[in-house]
Design a protein around this ligand. Structure first.
Ligand SMILES: Cc1ncc(CNC=O)c(N)n1
Length: 224
């Protein structure tokens, strides 16, 4: 048996905002991948848009890395974030090979509104005014939505099409789950020492990530 994780403030927030959390991790687009009914034009839209998203996510994670080096209590924190950044390097390569597999030419993909809004939100989080605990909470939420969503597509009883299991494995694998749980522990530790103001900001950032994720899935499902 795995040791149950200590319940922290993030779990309390997830309970409080359960409906938007569920909307983010069990979106109709994700459920359609799991049940095999996914519209491949939606998948191609998601692929192109997510490639652009990830290109914006890299500088965000690089910022988290810099701030972890300066503001984190434990030396291992920086290593966790560095691991995430390293896997984004592989991820960009994976996107490129998927792009050619699906005939999606990234150089012609235009970011849609949900993508632009999400990237603008990440940029705002990179401001030095934003507390590290807030940034770390948002970072965890961004990663956790993908982990929970794609792991669902691999759970027993799935009818995920074989050509989509690569995407599902990328975020649904156990290593990514472990990484998300390490990120969550760092965020929780930062939040334990946070002011009331920082806590309110972190909760808000968490909810806003979930809203952006829902809008991102919606955009993908819309196709084009
Ligand atoms: C929209 C969105 N949210 C989270 C992730 C997962 N993080 C890095 O890949 C992602 N690729 N795209």
């Amino acid at each position: 048996m795995e040791k149950p994780e200590k319940r922290g403030v993030i779990d309390t927030w997830l309970d409080k905002h359960r409906s938007i959390y569920t909307a983010a991790i069990r979106h109709a687009f994700v459920v359609s991948i799991r049940d095999g009914s996914v519209d491949l034009s939606s998948f191609r839209t998601w692929l192109g848009q997510d490639y652009l998203f990830v290109r914006g996510f890299v500088p965000f994670v690089a910022n988290v890395l810099i701030r972890a080096g300066k503001e984190s209590g434990e030396t291992s924190d920086m290593e966790v974030v560095l691991g995430g950044l390293a896997s984004l390097n592989d991820e960009i390569e994976w996107f490129k090979s998927e792009g050619s597999k699906w005939g999606v030419d990234f150089s012609t993909v235009v970011p849609q509104k949900a993508n632009q809004d999400y990237r603008r939100f990440m940029e705002a989080l990179m401001s030095s005014e934003v507390k590290f605990s807030v940034m770390m909470t948002a970072f965890w939420a961004i990663e956790a939505v993908y982990q929970e969503s794609f792991a669902h597509c691999l759970e027993v009883g799935n009818k995920t099409p074989a050509e989509l299991t690569g995407a599902c494995n990328r975020w649904g694998n156990d290593g990514f789950k472990e990484y998300c749980s390490s990120v969550k522990k760092i965020a929780e530790r930062c939040l334990e020492n946070a002011s009331g103001e920082a806590l309110a900001e972190a909760e808000d950032a968490l909810v806003r990530v979930l809203e952006h994720e829902v809008a991102f899935w919606e955009m993908s499902r819309g196709g084009q």
